[in-house]
Design a protein around this ligand. Structure first.
Ligand SMILES: [Zn+2]
Ligand SMILES: [Zn+2]
Length: 248
């Protein structure tokens, strides 16, 4: 499976990640990626950026080191009603909005409450990808989440960092998600969730999981930049085809 975009990466702006936008873009180029999403954590994460960070992303060029840039956020789901930690005023300016559960932002409830929270986030018109839904710290009804994702046309993520660096014990749930997504034809994204430039474009364990589950490349968003841009347009995002700019 040839993945050309990493739609989930963090920079120093997240407060607990250790590379810059420039470094991540350079790493993406070195890995042969064509697109990278800068999706720093939302303001509610401990040490996270001010909302102004997201308002000012427009200063970024559309290409860095020959890699297409998406201006985004990994927003925090704050409650069972799906409330996010960034206002519509800022969300609507972004190219891509990820959303998920994070410690310190959502305490987590029972399976019903967590499932309801994810579905509510999926119903938010600004949300494009639900990240690491297989996190065992926030158990959900996996068949119901996939069914609703298909109904709403929302992409679910298989997060490579969940198999090594973060969210220990995710693998069984991620395999379960991948199998049902394969069966139901859900849209998936495979992302690194890099918190350091060395992990940008690192997808290997996630790719192994989706392949074993029978997911086909056509279901995977980041197998082509056109697929990513088309998807974001269907979500109402104002993403344009633009000519690559000379590397800075
Ligand atoms: Zn996350
Ligand atoms: Zn992340």
């Amino acid at each position: 499976m040839n993945l050309v975009a990493d739609l989930h990466t963090h920079t120093v702006a997240s407060g607990h990640a250790y590379s810059t936008i420039n470094e991540n873009a350079r790493a993406a180029a070195a890995r042969g990626l064509e697109m990278i999403g800068f999706t720093d954590h939302g303001p509610a994460i401990r040490g996270g950026p001010d909302p102004y960070h997201f308002g000012s992303l427009r200063v970024l060029p559309r290409y860095l080191h020959g890699v297409r840039i998406l201006r985004g956020i990994e927003a925090n789901i704050m409650a069972a009603d799906g409330t996010l930690d960034l206002s519509e005023e800022y969300l609507r300016r972004l190219d891509i909005v990820l959303a998920g559960f994070h410690p310190g932002c959502y305490d987590g409830g029972n399976v019903v409450a967590n499932t309801d929270a994810l579905i509510a986030a999926m119903e938010n018109p600004y949300v494009d990808i639900i990240v690491h839904p297989g996190n065992p710290q926030y158990p959900v009804d996996i068949p119901v989440v996939v069914r609703e994702a298909v109904r709403l046309g929302i992409c679910l993520e298989i997060n490579n960092a969940s198999f090594s660096l973060s969210r220990k014990g995710s693998k069984d749930n991620c395999q379960h998600f991948a199998r049902i997504c394969a069966d139901q034809g859900a849209i998936l994204a495979i992302n690194s969730d890099a918190h350091f430039m060395g992990y940008v474009g690192e997808f290997r364990e996630a790719v192994a999981v989706v392949k074993e589950a029978g997911v086909v490349p056509e279901q995977v968003l980041n197998t082509s930049t056109e697929r990513v841009l088309d998807y974001l347009r269907t979500r109402g995002k104002q993403v344009q085809e633009v000519t690559p700019q000379p590397p800075i």
